[in-house]
Ligand binder design. Structure first.
Ligand code: ZN
Length: 451
């Protein structure tokens, strides 16, 4: 028997989000091989045991939308207190100076921050490709692989700059041919189609309004021919709806559909401003929605109609969104925000901690087109998040699962990705955190000073 084939029982957690795994899970290599019933012993051979009696066990959380480069422009004074469009135009000029070493640090910082919050799969939407940053996705793949985090990295794009009536400066837009060729290169080089994939590539124009109609259509065709997923921002603000009607004579979803994007290959960031008919169409198509509660509150964008979307058949996942509109990358905190924000729209009994945990795990996994993550069933990947409740904020809590959200869990004690511990005792493995923070904050300062 080789060392890699040993089995590990995560034994009898204090609580678990999946009743079928109340007795824990048995891991072998990168997979869960058995979910254990409450109080039972595993039927599988057990070589090693981790006693989880002080831990709440969840499937590893899955983040469906982020812009990790924005960790370099958190709480940036000139962009504070602005709605989406002026906020974007203020920051584009800063982001236009990004280079590859800065993006590497931003990626590492955001991925470590996500890991420490219990997140095991990170999706990022990177669409700034200035002259100094033509290999942004390569940098992100390398960082995710080094950290051992599962990643869905999306090749973003912008082809309409200020010269063509768009929002971004010309220095960060690319022509269609360059974008499509690089998309194909990245898929060929990095995309892992198989079950258990650690790296997937998806295609992601920044928004349907920052690229040409031809690029939207060509991107959909390229995704179809390579069987990769499609992602973009949609229906984030009322301004966007007005802009789209003025520009195309169509509402955003009609335009998306006209470009060949209304399908179960697509997941959309935000998805706030949909009417009843549009929700039915999204559900029928199986298009996913990455719900970003903190960002929606910071920018005053509105409240996503999460429950109607889910009821219609659209997968709903959770996301921290970019750090310049959140400004953290903490998915555990985002679960609490989703619960609280949801209560402004729905009755307390309709949005529960179970609802939100479902969004952050299996709902998010469905947005990314995956059934091998987001759960604790035998055969799924061994991606786990374990939280302790021995901080002051949890003291006196009766229901451990509810306590994670209501008392505000923000730091996992242990996180496993594909059978490897990536966080232990609340600290990331193989990362010098204080050194990373020093280098990241220095890079942020340099970026601001370059303006
Ligand atoms: Zn976003």
């Amino acid at each position: 028997m080789t060392e890699t084939k040993r089995t590990l029982w995560i034994r009898q957690p204090l609580a678990c989000s999946d009743a079928a795994a109340a007795g824990g899970v048995v891991i072998q290599s990168e997979r869960i091989i058995e979910a254990v019933a409450d109080g039972a012993r595993p039927q599988s051979r057990v070589d090693d045991v981790f006693d989880a009696g002080n831990h709440v066990l969840l499937p590893g959380l899955v983040n469906t939308h982020h812009h990790v480069y924005q960790t370099l422009t958190r709480a940036y004074s000139p962009a504070l207190n602005k709605p989406l469009f002026p906020w974007l135009t203020t920051l584009y000029d800063v982001w236009a100076n990004l280079d590859e070493p800065q993006l590497a640090l931003a990626s590492e910082l955001a991925m470590v921050e996500l890991l420490m919050s219990g997140c095991t799969t990170v999706a990022d939407h990177h669409y700034v490709f200035s002259g100094a940053l033509t290999h942004a996705i390569d940098v992100q793949v390398e960082t995710a692989r080094r950290l051992g985090v599962r990643a869905a990295l999306t090749r973003g794009s912008m082809s309409l700059g200020r010269d063509a009536g768009g929002l971004p400066p010309q220095s960060v837009v690319q022509d269609e041919r360059t974008i499509l060729d690089d998309s194909q290169r990245l898929i060929d080089r990095y995309h892992e189609p198989d079950d258990g994939a650690m790296t997937r590539i998806a295609l992601a124009p920044c928004s349907p309004f920052s690229v040409s109609r031809e690029l939207m259509q060509e991107t959909a065709r390229l995704a179809e021919s390579n069987d990769v997923r499609l992602h973009t921002h949609l229906a984030e603000t009322a301004d966007e709806t007005a802009f789209c009607q003025q520009q195309f004579g169509l509402r955003p979803l009609d335009y998306l559909e006209a470009c060949g994007w209304l399908s179960d290959r697509t997941w959309l960031a935000h998805g706030i401003h949909f009417d009843d008919d549009e929700i039915v169409r999204l559900g029928r198509a199986g298009t996913g929605i990455a719900h970003c509660p903190s960002s929606n509150m910071v920018l005053g964008s509105g409240l996503c109609r999460t429950l109607e979307l889910e009821a219609a058949g659209a997968p709903v996942g959770l996301a921290v969104d970019g750090s310049a509109s959140n400004d953290h990358s903490n998915l555990a905190e985002e679960m609490r925000q989703a619960l609280l924000l949801g209560r402004l729209r729905y009755a307390p009994g309709e949005i529960t901690h179970e609802t939100v945990i479902r969004w952050a795990t299996q709902g998010s996994a469905r947005c990314l087109g995956r059934d091998d993550i987001g759960g604790l069933a035998a055969g799924q990947q061994a991606d786990l998040a374990l939280f302790r409740l021995d901080e002051a904020r949890f003291s006196g809590a009766e229901n451990p699962l509810a306590a994670l959200l209501l008392c505000g869990a923000h730091r996992a004690d242990r996180v496993m990705v594909a059978g490897r511990w990536r966080v232990t005792d609340g600290e990331p493995c193989d990362v010098d955190l204080s050194e990373l923070l020093a280098r990241h904050s220095q890079a942020a300062r340099r970026l601001r000073e370059a303006l």
